[in-house]
Design a protein around this ligand. Structure first.
Ligand SMILES: Nc1nc2c(ncn2[C@@H]2O[C@H](COP(=O)(O)OP(=O)(O)OP(=O)(O)O)[C@@H](O)[C@H]2O)c(=O)[nH]1
Ligand SMILES: C=C(OP(=O)(O)O)C(=O)O
Length: 215
């Protein structure tokens, strides 16, 4: 019999209100462009995630109405950030929203700031994650985390925020070490990160909004 677990992954993507998001990009982007870039990152991330063969659906946890409308138009389910208690509470809330409908769903958290995300690379990460109860992918700096998964019957237990790689390791999640998944690891916090994502190839919405190079 086919179960929820056979059905493909449900991704939970957290997104801060755009007025507050990506504050570390302010110096490089300017305050007018910063919220627009935060939305562009989320649109490119969610569009690529929805285009990934292993993904069944995407739940975005956000209280931002503009972003919610744009991401719902792509096909994401929008869940309000009801806990209003930070990133990990938002992710746990999103995972519960998934499992309220499909109790044995495979669930994974994915950051909303991956504007170079490639569906095929995400697919390879999801395939690797299937082998473990909980698994995660470190960010490009090897300090943080861009992806955390939980298989059927397993709680997500997110411990994101700053240097979360060691926290996720200590929590018992298995670190996925794969070559050729740079786009899934390339989160963008600063202007330098945006240049690095540009070298991988930005999604169309971010490419259209990218700040002009200085000088
Ligand atoms: N729903 C929700 N999402 C959050 C919250 N805090 C962070 N996020 C999201 O979690 C992901 C990782 O967060 P960060 O990389 O620190 O992004 P950020 O908080 O916008 O960046 P900074 O302002 O530079 O710290 C991003 O997709 C954020 O939008 C929160 O309290 N609620
Ligand atoms: C949210 C995280 O980090 P950052 O705020 O540096 O993107 C993380 O890597 O857990």
């Amino acid at each position: 019999m086919k179960t929820d677990a056979d059905d493909g992954w449900s991704l939970v993507v957290p997104l801060k209100p755009l007025a507050l998001a990506k504050s570390r990009l302010g110096p490089a982007a300017g305050e007018r462009l910063r919220p627009r870039l935060a939305l562009a990152f989320a649109v490119d991330t969610v569009a690529a995630a929805l285009a990934c063969a292993g993904v069944r659906d995407v739940v975005v946890v956000t209280d931002d109405r503009v972003a919610g409308r744009a991401l719902a138009a792509l096909g994401a389910r929008i869940v309000p950030d009801a806990p209003a208690a930070g990133l990990n509470a938002a992710l746990a809330h999103g995972a519960r929203a998934v499992r309220a409908l499909r109790p044995r769903a495979r669930v994974a958290a994915l950051n909303a700031d991956l504007p170079a995300l490639r569906p095929a690379e995400l697919g390879r990460v999801l395939d690797a994650a299937r082998e473990f109860p909980r698994a995660f992918l470190a960010d490009a700096a090897e300090m943080g985390t861009t992806f955390l998964s939980a298989g059927p019957g397993v709680e997500l237990e997110p411990a994101f925020g700053g240097p979360s790689r060691l926290r996720h390791l200590a929590s018992g999640a298995v670190e996925i070490r794969l070559a050729g998944v740079d786009s899934v690891r390339r989160d963008v916090d600063t202007g330098e990160d945006l240049a690095a994502a540009g070298a991988l190839g930005l999604g169309p919405r971010t490419a259209a909004r990218r700040p002009a190079p200085a000088g």
